[in-house]
Design a protein around this ligand. Structure first.
Ligand code: SAH
Length: 247
């Protein structure tokens, strides 16, 4: 079982169905699947919710509903309220990145909750009072408030990356070893002489430049072979040309 299975997203009285759908999608992009809605509104546009949830419709259907926030978080140890505003005890807020470390530590063994407020009024002080932590998402001083589903996305993304479950595609080819690298440089050296690319006196200086360029990144075996092949072909063409012009 993943730590992320212990992360519950709680939406308090959300107004727009579209936002609820977008929240489902954002959660599933980040392997988070426990959604609770506190006091859902009778006016919620569930068609919009379904539309915007896209391929996360099952997530939308799997939501749990609770009459109060206290009931939605009853089984959770760490409870993080999210707020764009300062004041109350919001001044001791954590960034989503800082909170991800704290939250995941608890999520190893316990359920934790991230609580999000209404689109128009956010979370009330009595609701924030039930929280053990406050998360404030860094944003422009001129416009601090994010869209509800964007706020959920940022928080879920930080939990997901901190959980370390995702590994970006890596270079599969072997890295060139010193023996291959030196054979390649020797071929380039010969090419530079044969093609008269540089004067004898400048050759070693040029070679240092080439060494710097070709070792700046990770040089793989296929990379070294391409570079060596290019130099060999240039040597061959240069030899041919000299033979032809001497005939
Ligand atoms: N006008 C409301 C904004 C609500 S935005 C207010 O001033 O509180 C809807 C919800 O998205 C918020 O309740 C909060 O849960 C989340 N949110 C939006 N911007 C945020 C931010 N910068 N940091 C943390 N949470 C944010």
């Amino acid at each position: 079982m993943s730590m992320l299975d212990n992360v519950r997203i709680v939406l308090v009285e959300p107004i727009f169905g579209g936002n609820i759908g977008s929240v489902c999608r954002a959660m599933n992009n980040n392997d988070i699947t426990d959604l609770a809605i506190v006091n859902p509104r009778p006016t919620t546009d569930w068609d919009d919710a379904r539309k915007l949830s896209c391929n996360a419709k099952a997530q939308l259907e799997a939501r749990k509903e609770y009459p109060t926030l206290a009931e939605a978080i009853a089984g959770c140890t760490v409870v993080a309220g999210t707020s764009a505003r300062t004041g109350f005890y919001r001044d001791t807020a954590h960034s989503p990145r800082e909170f991800a470390q704290i939250g995941l530590e608890s999520a190893k063994n316990h359920k934790i909750a991230l609580v999000f407020g209404r689109e128009d009024k956010g979370l009330q002080n009595e609701e924030l009072a039930l929280c053990t932590h406050i998360i404030q998402i860094p944003s422009s001083e001129l416009y601090t408030s994010l869209n509800l589903s964007h706020a959920v996305m940022v928080c879920c993304y930080e939990m997901f990356t901190a959980a370390g479950a995702f590994h970006p595609a890596e270079e599969k080819a072997e890295e060139a070893d010193s023996e291959l690298r030196e054979r390649m440089f020797a071929t380039w050296r010969e090419m530079m002489i044969k093609t008269e690319f540089t004067h004898e006196q400048k050759l070693e200086h040029m070679m240092m430049g080439l060494r710097r360029i070709f070792t700046r990144g990770k040089l793989t075996v296929p990379d070294a072979k391409i570079l060596m092949g290019l130099a060999k072909q240039s040597i061959w063409v240069s030899d041919q040309w000299k033979k032809d012009t001497n005939e």
